[in-house]
Design a protein around this ligand. Structure first.
Ligand SMILES: [Zn+2]
Ligand SMILES: [Zn+2]
Length: 99
């Protein structure tokens, strides 16, 4: 471990705590255990995962003909996979059709 002489500021290496004579100026330096040693790193708290935004709710529609519920895409009208009936989803505004 490196210690600094209190008299001449010379740094010299010592095997451990004790009293050591500075090789430069002859001053006796008392070396304490691990002076200025960094404390052991504290246990890092578990990193908080970034909360993932919830998935947008999948648009579901229920077929009026057979009560079959299924997920639809961004379409105004979906075809029921169960009975084949056209089911309006309401997810897209239908353009008014001239009647
Ligand atoms: Zn010295
Ligand atoms: Zn159906």
């Amino acid at each position: 471990m490196m210690v600094r002489c209190g008299s001449c500021r010379n740094q010299f290496d010592v095997p451990g705590p004790g009293r050591f004579t500075c090789p430069v100026c002859g001053s006796v330096n008392s070396v304490r255990a691990a002076p200025g040693a960094a404390p052991p790193p504290a246990a890092q708290p578990p990193s908080t995962p970034v909360p993932r935004p919830p998935d947008p709710p999948s648009p579901r529609v229920t077929c009026a003909e057979c009560d079959f519920t299924f997920i639809v895409g961004p379409v105004a009208e979906a075809k029921c996979p169960n009975c084949g009936a056209a089911v309006p989803t309401g997810s897209v505004e239908e353009s008014p059709e001239p009647s």
